[in-house]
Design a protein around this ligand. Sequence first.
Ligand code: TXA
Ligand code: MG
Length: 335
Amino acid sequence: MRTEVLSADEAALARAAQIIRSGGLVAFPTETVYGLGADALNENAVKKIFLAKERPPDDPLIVHIAHPHELIIVARHIPQPAWDLTKRFWPGPLTLVLPKAERVLKVVTGGLETVAVRMPAHPVARRLIETSRCPIAAPSANRFGRPSSTRAEHVVEDLAGRIDLILDGGPTPIGVESTVLDMTQEPPMVLRPGGVTLEELRDVLGEVRLLDSSTREAARRSPGTRYRHYAPRARLLLVERGRAEAVAWSWMAQGCRVGVLLQKSEGRSQRPELIVLSMPTDAKSYARKLFAALRELDAQGVDVIVVEAIAERRLGRTIMDRLRRAAKSGGPEGT
Ligand code: TXA
Ligand code: MG
């Protein structure tokens, strides 16, 4: 299959909508990461997403809508706190897990009785849903297990030849995925930290629990935690602050090429077997750069990537979640 890559103007959006309506696959920018979209109400189209990504069928997809009132198309019951959240955070990086409406396909939910829904803020994503006139099921547009795509080039790298079209809308502004919040339990539970922080959710809801992704409960409640995610090809080592250089040297001594992600790394010596990428000190900018940095170090052919831990508050919690999962060795590979 030939994959078209088009700059996301009106003509390209019209073409993309036509592809979605005829059951094809389109990658498009959202404010978090690029998504790989198909008509959420077309079973064959949704199946193609799993094939293109090589994603296991028990890992459910997020349904994307263009207006809050479309929530009633996909969810059977919407409690008042869920509406309160939509008022505060939609459009934006918050995905709500709710009881699914009858018409939502089992292929989308991985067989679950719940559905994950979000209304993206990116104008290209919104226009695409509107002009396609259907909800769009979309996981992140990367090969299963790889870091999510934050630029059109990343989508080309992972999915060219497997999908119909890539809408290029430039780098995505947030850089990490949406927060997945399970509204079917009391108190609500964050299944995946993301662009909306736990602190912001507690402002609106009061008590909110955070799923510990290393537990058995996690595998049951959040199918995404069963697999290894966000992983570069190189082995990723997450180390305490101030330890990166010592760890990098010990791997170099064994003949490895090493990449390092370090906050404020300007002025450090560079050697051919050591590539240091400077990461911003504020978490928002760090998040925007994270997945591109991992892919860049892979492209440079490093064997090991050493990353220093960052403070776990607000977006820092999301970043540490992604780094921990990328560092997890063994176990099944995953989204
Ligand atoms: O920012 C994002 O959320 C991006 C953009 C494209 O919208 N999408 C994304 O999708 O990250 P994906 O498929 O890579 O991750 C969706 C996560 C998975 O961990 C999946 O297990 C979880 O959401 N999920 C989906 N439906 C669920 C459900 N009904 N119950 C629990 N978890 C669910
Ligand atoms: Mg993903």
